[in-house]
Design a protein around this ligand. Structure first.
Ligand SMILES: *Cc1c(COP(=O)(O)O)cnc(C)c1O
Length: 426
């Protein structure tokens, strides 16, 4: 009997969805082959429709810190599915997750659950504008904050700090509400604030930028961002959709000791289900409807299955000291890769923070802004990705996406994966 192939499915998918996918990076664009179509996932593994097994370092782009189909999460989800799917009414499940978060993370005085990271960011910006009576938002080049109109922008070619939209369909007037500054550059940031500080409602930053490679910021830079916000009466929003509950229980807020006004979460907080969250200072969150007049709502917000999956994931990570375990394992994995690359005389480097890693060409200094990324990153990655894939390792299919290690990736499995990647890099 003929078994369906990924290539055949992709041809069908191209007829019914733009680019054959429901989120762009899944399409393998620029990689000269159809994306692998998967049918099953478990632990650290994905199984394709061709019945090929892959070690998965994409992990759905971050939510699955325990790996696919974690047994404890699965049991909770099954229980919840048998209890209720959605209420559209007050219930106990979101209360439990909200109480757990606010009692564990003191900077989260009050919060609101939504259904995606994008929604969390969009809502946080609305609060910041209402709170300050200002319109402009400052973002950094190389940070991703979801597909909010306002933030799909890049640095414009004209005036320093003025943004141009990076997507069609965004009015110039909307893009003009955003100010863009480079990462890792205190002087430039001070300049932008000197010119426009009084109009800036909020600065939004990925405190660990991980959507354009892994652009680790110097603590002094992050402190400067906080200081300039404070001085200018602009709110500081940490977008921890990727770093939250990934670099540690308290995310980058805990790691940096910087207290932002608002924080956004997504990914891990839903344990693999669609959950986002924004929160922070109570006085700001009290501005949100129905207690205040910043409107924000959602039919499926705080969906009980996501609430249960999220809480079970977070409690399990806490119980297992998961963040420490993962950091050690990933550090060793990165070391194995680096020494493997070095032994073969390959000009490759691995950036790693906690359970995130990014493979890139060697550079004279650590990469902290997008202009420091080697020119040939796309080509280097394509070769590495395709050969790794062939030998059973699934990296996130884009040169600028980071890899995610989960609790389901054992040391042995990581060693095995490292050998495959090193071989692929030759
Ligand atoms: C993934 C991500 C988002 C968007 O979240 P979605 O759930 O995909 O809408 C926003 N900000 C950061 C930092 C992210 O990593």
């Amino acid at each position: 009997m003929h078994k369906v192939t990924s290539e055949e499915l992709f041809q069908r998918a191209l007829k019914v969805a733009p680019g054959g996918v429901h989120s762009p990076v899944r399409s393998f664009k620029g990689l000269d082959r159809a994306p692998v179509f998967f049918k099953q996932a478990e632990g650290a593994f994905l199984t394709s429709v061709e019945d090929k097994k892959y070690i998965d370092f994409c992990q759905s782009f971050g939510p699955l810190i325990l790996g696919h189909l974690d047994q404890e999460v699965k049991e909770e989800v099954h229980r919840m599915v048998d209890t209720a799917w959605t209420f559209g009414a007050a219930e106990v499940y979101s209360l439990e997750l909200a109480e757990w978060i606010t009692s564990t993370l003191p900077f989260m005085e009050k919060l609101r659950f939504v259904s995606s990271g994008t929604e969390a960011v969009m809502s946080a910006l609305r609060v910041a504008r209402a709170a300050t009576g200002r319109n402009k938002i400052l973002k950094f080049e190389g940070c991703y904050h979801g597909h909010v109109d306002n933030l799909l922008v890049k640095a414009g070619s004209g005036l320093a700090g003025t943004a141009a939209s990076s997507s069609a369909g965004i009015p110039a007037e909307v893009a003009a509400q955003t100010v863009v500054a480079p990462l890792n550059d205190e002087a430039k940031l001070a300049e932008v604030f000197a010119a426009q500080g009084k109009d800036i409602a909020a600065v939004i930053i990925e405190p660990l930028p991980a959507n354009y490679g892994l652009l680790v910021q110097r603590p002094e830079f992050l402190r400067k961002v906080a200081e300039l916000c404070e001085k200018n009466g602009s709110l500081l929003i940490f977008d921890e959709v990727i770093s939250g509950f990934r670099v540690g229980l308290g995310g980058m807020v805990e790691k940096t000791g910087i207290r932002p006004d608002l924080v956004t979460y997504g990914k891990i907080i839903g344990g693999g289900f669609p959950v986002g969250c924004y929160g922070g200072k109570a006085e700001l969150m009290n501005m949100v409807a129905p207690s205040g007049d910043v409107y924000q709502a959602g039919t499926l917000s705080a969906n009980p299955i996501g609430m249960r999956a999220g809480l079970t994931t977070l409690k399990k990570m806490q119980r297992l000291d998961g963040w420490n375990v993962l950091e050690k394992r990933t550090e060793k994995f990165a070391q194995t890769l680096k020494s493997g690359f070095a032994k073969k005389g390959l000009n490759l480097e691995v950036s790693q923070v906690a359970s995130l890693f990014w493979i890139h060409g060697q550079t004279p200094a650590p990469i902290r802004s997008i202009d420091q990324i080697p020119q040939n990153q796309g080509g280097t990655f394509k070769n590495l990705f395709l050969k790794s894939l062939n030998n059973g390792v699934y990296l996130a299919p884009n040169a600028y996406e980071v890899g995610f290690v989960s609790m389901a990736h054992s040391e042995e499995l990581l060693d095995q994966a490292a050998q495959i990647i090193i071989e692929a890099a030759e």
